[in-house]
Design a protein around this ligand. Structure first.
Ligand code: ATP
Length: 363
């Protein structure tokens, strides 16, 4: 195992003004690899920023430790850790040019002029801003300001770049292009990026691995594909993407195919090695795995459309399938097609293959 940056049993408590305490991190263990882009993903208040601050050294842990290539960071103050942080609000000096902003950390470290000029030029080149050195921050777009903030960190050649929701102030299009840029920048500079976000699409599209956090705990650490296709629990299945989750009890098993009986008596066929007759289980079916027309090997569920939402490239149909929760189905429509509109009240049959369902434990 790559023992680059190891966080072991990290616990962090905060006192509240009301006299209580909050466990912002609760026994977090994460092993971060060198040269990976890892996202810390979770809802507001789950502890993402606290974890980043503890790694950076802006906050101390109450329990547990953090080591970098085997060396404990506990007694190393933030400014002596080989890390750099890019903040959400860029934190550029408004009265300094781009070049002076990027050079700032090198000035503080008394790096000599020639070397400083070379490194500033290299960092601006890396973020695609060669030729922008003389501009003031207010003469740049939000995306360009963010790139200056990244250059200012990269110029110090950190071993790890910590990014706290760095794209959240940008509009959607700029955000998407910066996601691609940051990913390719990470690849070309070859250092570890730890990226905090609450946006699951951002985490899935950029990361080598994603750590999903909730209530100060790691819910799952895996590749984006694994997080999406094989969520470990109900929280991850709901937080990452849209899930149709159906609870039931396994009443029969034949090979890998289980029959799951739901509370209202419907039976679903799902495939899994992990569960046996008598177990409670939840079937997770992503909207794209429910189809409006099926093949011979597919199973069918009948239902009625309660709502259909047009999102441009497709329709999202909400279907009451008599399983306690509406199922969400994606339906691609062809321009000019005369096919049925699937409006509210339409009776539909949904098809799925048992293998497409992912089965998890129920709470
Ligand atoms: P967001 O996405 O909203 O920034 P987050 O996942 O980064 O959220 P944290 O900022 O790490 O969450 O906060 C985790 C918990 O700790 C929250 O309940 C928060 O209110 C609490 N908390 C954070 N900082 C402090 C502090 N200095 N004093 C008291 N409580 C704090």
């Amino acid at each position: 195992m790559d023992g680059f940056l190891q966080i072991r049993s990290a616990t962090k408590m905060y006192r509240t003004p009301e006299g209580g305490s909050i466990r912002a991190l609760d026994d977090v263990t994460l092993h971060i690899r060198s040269n990976e882009l890892i996202s810390l993903l979770g809802p507001s208040g789950c502890g993402k920023t606290t974890l980043l601050k503890c790694i950076a050294g802006f906050e101390d842990l109450d329990h547990g430790d953090i080591t970098l290539t085997g060396q404990s960071l506990t007694r190393i103050p933030a400014h002596r850790r080989p890390f750099n942080t890019v903040f959400q609000n860029y934190a550029l000096f408004p009265h300094l040019t781009v070049e002076r902003n990027v050079a700032y950390g090198l000035d503080v470290a008394h790096v000599e002029r020639k070397e400083r000029t070379r490194r500033v030029g290299e960092a601006l080149e890396q973020v695609g801003l060669a030729g922008f050195g003389a501009r003031m921050p207010n003469q740049l777009s939000g995306g360009q300001q963010q790139r200056v903030a990244v250059a200012r960190s990269l110029v110090l050649k950190p071993k790890v770049l910590l990014l706290d929701e760095p794209l959240s102030a940008l509009d959607r299009k700029m955000r998407e292009s910066m996601q691609i840029e940051l990913k390719s920048l990470q690849h070309s500079v070859g250092i570890t990026f730890i990226f905090v976000t609450h946006d699951q699409e951002e985490a899935l599209s950029m990361s080598d691995r994603v750590a999903v956090l909730a209530s100060g705990k790691v819910q799952q650490l895996a590749s984006p594909k694994e997080i999406y296709d094989e969520p470990q629990n109900e929280f991850v299945a709901n937080f990452v993407g849209t899930s149709n989750i159906f609870k039931g009890k396994v009443i029969a098993k034949e090979g890998r195919t289980l029959t799951l009986k739901t509370a209202n008596g419907r039976e679903l066929a799902v495939a899994s090695d992990r569960f046996g007759v008598g177990d409670d289980a939840c079937a997770v079916l992503r909207p794209e795995h429910l189809k409006l027309s099926g093949e011979a090997r597919d199973r069918a569920i009948k239902g009625t459309v309660t709502q259909s939402v047009f999102v441009g490239s497709e329709m999202h149909l909400h279907v009451d399938v008599g399983l306690g929760r509406t199922a969400v189905v994606r339906h691609r429509h062809n321009k000019g097609s005369t096919e049925a509109a699937y409006g509210p009240g339409a009776d539909v049959t949904l098809y799925y293959t048992p293998e497409a369902a992912h089965v998890i434990e129920c709470k």
